[in-house]
Design a protein around this ligand. Structure first.
Ligand SMILES: Nc1ncnc2c1ncn2[C@@H]1O[C@H](COP(=O)(O)OP(=O)(O)O)[C@@H](O)[C@H]1O
Ligand SMILES: O=P(O)(O)OC[C@H]1O[C@](O)(COP(=O)(O)O)[C@@H](O)[C@@H]1O
Ligand SMILES: [Mg+2]
Length: 483
């Protein structure tokens, strides 16, 4: 298989509009590789499970809502252990790297990859690459075994360290080849998975039997296709503490306003879910929903009304919201080492605007408290439910790697573990669809203005149907489509 075939999407079609967006496998570009029985068949815990191994033909539909005469649609390969593996246990030399921003659960994923390799497959050679992608060629490695990782899931952050920028494909692939690594586990967000895709392509171009397996990480939940990203649940829970504090402060003083800024560069999922989870929030502002301050239907009018009604209010604002309102005057946009736009502090800005508005009006004096918990919601260890989720993602990655799949990201799709090709994860950003049910639930729970005219909504629908940047789904976090 040549280079062009390696980078081409692997699409398999079947009857009634069935489409499998498959992931690459060693056998696509290396012939006559030996296979071995999966050691799990003799494992005291797993050998008793009826049908533990996943059927080679099992696939998972991307959309579970079906219509009588509709096509069967897109499917992904089901994750899980296979009957045959492409590595002997003593042949595996695995490495793990974490890249991009922090997220609760990184250490749990690291722990469970190490323990999965050791305990399920008898693999003894696992190393950690320190400091993200650039660590491949500029840092020493760290030996990882079940003892070293035993209690790391109780700590926030990543024991391996992380970084932005520094992705040099040639240097990274040279380092993998020189060290004799044959399984590369890469934990990171959209940027990281773009990097993983080019690493996979270069390894395959060199004809190397090296797995590249991605574990998607994002606090913002902005990765498409998957039900939700690990750590999101924990972050939303942690955000409640800031919202509670804002609410306590606001309701304890006359015309109290609590403003909380939460993470969410391009997607407002954290703000939306934290708002829905709290019920103390009067207004939630996210990047996907443009808003305005002055005049009828504007934010100031709503704040005034809510203060008159309740005597206090809480505003949650995602960091990427309203950027267009106050960055118009800025000539250039600063970017971080990975090329992500550096945002202005919208929380401070909006707090000042509200204060100025009421000072100018001289009708009502307000007491505004601004709470900015930013890094606190992502630097915490993952909660119990995220720990279980991280464990299953890590094990799914290990099973896929042992089975010879490569160039894939693991992910939960409609509650099932799947292997998803990198291009599906990186081609779009998952965003809150403001004309969808979940945002409607939020608007009805806060009773805030939608800031949209009917004309805007029609335009919005048109934009969504023609837009290839936004991942338009049935509901705003896939896992809740059954509501
Ligand atoms: N288009 C790209 N191609 C290759 N590597 C990339 C690309 N975008 C980002 N990266 C690398 O991925 C890593 C993490 O990216 P970043 O955007 O900071 O975080 P995240 O993966 O969480 O989105 C960085 O080391 C960066 O250099
Ligand atoms: O860690 P930094 O560079 O300060 O970046 C902060 C950004 O990281 C995020 O947590 C998401 O980053 P990732 O894309 O790396 O997951 C954003 O919500 C936030 O804007
Ligand atoms: Mg990112």
């Amino acid at each position: 298989m040549g280079h062009s075939a390696v980078s081409k999407a692997k699409i398999i079609t079947g009857d009634y509009g069935y489409v499998l967006e498959d992931v690459p496998h060693f056998s696509d570009y290396i012939s006559n590789l030996p296979t071995y029985p999966n050691p799990l068949q003799d494992h005291p815990a797993y050998s008793v499970v009826k049908q533990y191994f996943v059927d080679a033909d099992d696939t998972i539909p991307q959309k579970v809502i079906a219509h009588k005469n509709g096509p069967r649609g897109i499917h992904f390969r089901r994750g899980g252990a296979r009957q045959k593996v492409y590595f002997r246990s003593d042949e595996v030399h695995a490495c793990i790297v974490t890249c991009g921003g922090l997220c609760p659960g990184l250490n749990t994923v690291i722990r469970e990859i190490v323990c999965g390799l050791y305990h399920m497959y008898g693999v003894k050679k696992v190393i950690g690459i320190e400091g993200g992608y650039k660590g491949f060629y500029s840092r020493n490695t760290m030996l990882l075994d079940p003892k070293v990782v035993n209690d790391i899931h109780k700590r926030g952050g990543t024991i391996l360290g992380t970084s932005r920028g520094g992705h040099d494909t040639k240097k990274i692939v040279d380092s993998i080849q020189d060290r004799g690594i044959n399984q590369v586990y890469i934990i990171g967000g959209d940027g990281t998975q773009k990097g993983s895709a080019v690493i996979y392509e270069e390894l395959a171009r060199r004809g190397l039997k090296v797995v590249v397996a991605g574990i998607p990480k994002t606090i913002d939940n902005d990765i498409p296709v998957i039900d939700r990203s690990f750590g999101f649940d924990t972050a939303v829970e942690e955000a409640q503490r800031a919202i509670n504090a804002a609410h306590v402060e606001a309701e304890s003083i006359e015309n109290g306003i609590g403003v909380v800024k939460l993470m969410g560069r391009y997607s407002g999922f954290i703000a939306m879910h934290a708002t829905l989870g709290s019920r103390d929030v009067d207004c939630c502002l996210i990047p996907e929903s443009p808003f305005y301050l002055e005049g009828a239907g504007g934010l100031f009018e709503f704040v005034e009304r809510r203060l008159k009604e309740n005597g206090h209010m809480v505003i949650v604002i995602a960091e990427g919201a309203g950027q267009d309102l106050f960055s118009q005057s800025m000539k250039s946009v600063d970017r971080d080492a990975s090329g992500n736009k550096l945002l202005q502090d919208v929380g401070l800005w909006i707090s000042q605007k509200i204060k100025d508005h009421f000072a100018k009006q001289n009708k009502m004096s307000i007491n505004l408290k601004y709470i900015d918990p930013t890094y606190m919601i992502r630097a915490v260890p993952s909660n119990a439910s995220d720990n279980v989720y991280c464990t299953l993602l890590a094990q799914s990655a290990v099973h896929g790697a042992m089975a010879g799949y490569t160039g894939f990201t693991v992910g939960l799709v409609n509650g099932r573990h799947t292997y998803i090709p990198f291009n599906r994860i990186t081609e779009k950003q998952h965003k809150v669809v403001i004309t969808d049910r979940m945002w409607a639930r939020l608007l009805s729970s806060t009773n805030q203005p939608s800031f949209l005219s009917t004309k805007d909504m029609v335009q919005d629908e048109k934009d969504e149907s023609s837009c290839d940047v936004v991942d338009v789904v049935d509901d705003s976090v896939n896992i809740e489509t059954s509501f």
